[in-house]
Ligand binder design. Structure first.
Ligand SMILES: [Fe+2]
Length: 388
């Protein structure tokens, strides 16, 4: 009997289940308190070491819109946004993430957030005036996994720029889509975020049930955040959406024209997980940014949970392009509520890179034929040291 006995195989190569097929053997306790009603991921506060360089990257290259700026801080938003910001760039000594911020349904959800995390013994700080400009009453916590999470409802409204085509670039970023968090124990993270009200939409496992990554949503798309297995807590990436695929190609063309193609880490491509079209960039501090478009609707309560085999070489790229090692190993530090980097704890479960592209790793294109069925020239793409 394998771990997959409860899953239904599909003609696309992945499996589906009615409920998330992930269990933690040492979960964070489930609080008695009702969790805050989270609407969506809303903004990230990034600490950057060279504010001018970061502003040039996010505003001049990627075209995010400046809502407001000060000497030490720039507040940026996407085209469709009507709240003050989706990204805060704040100058600081160490490049890191200061907050993964979620909007909640109402003011009473701030009280719920305080009660939920207080019961868990987490450090909690509430500021009626907010932690950033443009945002009112807010709660920040050091969550049980070590991530700086923020919850807010009150916010300054600004103009939605969707109709201002005169301001749009060919690679216009229209929405913040999701966060991605690196954490050593993915099942423990999934269970905790389920307690916080998230639903799993997809995951990557091996046949024995080791979980390498999981995607979780509040808004009805594939995710608001994902847990990626690795040394953590760290931030893997923050993602912004474009309308269509061609907008992502336009960003690549622009980076080439600016002789900034070295900002491109991975892609463009089509994900297996999420079915979205993607591009991964690295900002001047190395913070990873994903440009993402065209995933699918997940809002029904019986939305099937998708499980990918870690050895399926179409899981991370539907066209079978290999993942570069830096994408697996590098990520940004996260800060505690005093602004100090959280210590990073090593993952002890097997790593996705090791089992797929390491010396002993293997992957397949057709599950019933195995790795040897791939052309010889293709097999080497998936092994470290074979790339030129
Ligand atoms: Fe992503």
């Amino acid at each position: 009997m394998t771990h997959r006995d409860g899953m239904t195989p599909t003609s696309s190569g992945f499996y589906v289940s009615a409920e998330a097929p992930i269990a933690s053997d040492h979960p964070v306790p489930t609080p008695e308190a009702t969790p805050p009603d989270i609407l969506r991921c809303a903004y990230m506060e990034l600490v950057v070491t060279d504010l001018a360089a970061s502003r040039a990257f996010y505003v001049d290259v990627l075209g995010l819109h400046v809502t407001e700026e000060e000497d030490e801080t720039v507040y940026l938003r996407c085209t469709e946004e009507f709240i003050h910001h989706n990204l805060v760039l704040r100058r600081g000594p160490v490049a890191a993430v200061a907050a993964f911020s979620y909007r909640v349904r109402g003011p009473e959800d701030l009280d719920r957030a305080v009660a939920f995390y207080t019961e868990l013994g987490c450090r909690v700080e509430r500021r009626p005036e907010g932690f950033t400009r443009g945002i009112g009453d807010s709660v920040r916590v050091e969550d049980p996994l070590g991530f700086p999470y923020e919850f807010f409802h009150d916010v300054e409204h600004v103009e939605r720029l969707s109709w201002r085509y005169d301001l749009h670039t060919p690679g216009e970023l229209i929405r913040i889509d999701h966060f991605n968090q690196v954490t050593p124990d993915v099942p423990r993270a999934v269970r905790h975020y389920q307690d916080l009200g998230f639903r799993v939409t997809e995951d990557i496992q091996d046949e024995s049930g080791t979980v390498y990554a999981a995607w979780m949503r509040r808004k009805p798309t594939v995710h608001d955040t994902a847990a990626t297995g690795g040394d953590g807590p760290r931030m893997h990436h923050v993602a912004f959406a474009t309308h269509e695929k061609h907008n992502i190609l336009a960003i690549c063309d622009k980076l080439g024209a600016l002789r900034r193609s070295d900002a491109i880490e991975r892609g463009p491509g089509r994900h297996g997980v999420s079915n979205a079209f993607y591009l991964y960039l690295r900002d001047p501090d190395g913070h990873r940014v994903e440009i993402y478009t065209q995933d699918y609707y997940t809002g029904d309560p019986d939305n099937p949970v998708v499980t990918w085999d870690v050895h399926d070489n179409q899981r991370r790229d539907w066209w079978g392009n290999p993942v570069v090692p830096s994408w697996y190993t590098e990520a940004s530090l996260v800060l505690d509520l005093d602004g100090n980097p959280q210590p990073v704890v090593a993952r002890t479960d097997t790593s996705e890179m090791a089992v797929t592209i390491g010396a002993d790793g293997f992957s397949y294109t057709r599950p019933d034929e195995g790795e040897e069925s791939m052309p010889e020239w293709k097999q080497g793409e998936y092994k470290l040291g074979h790339q030129l």
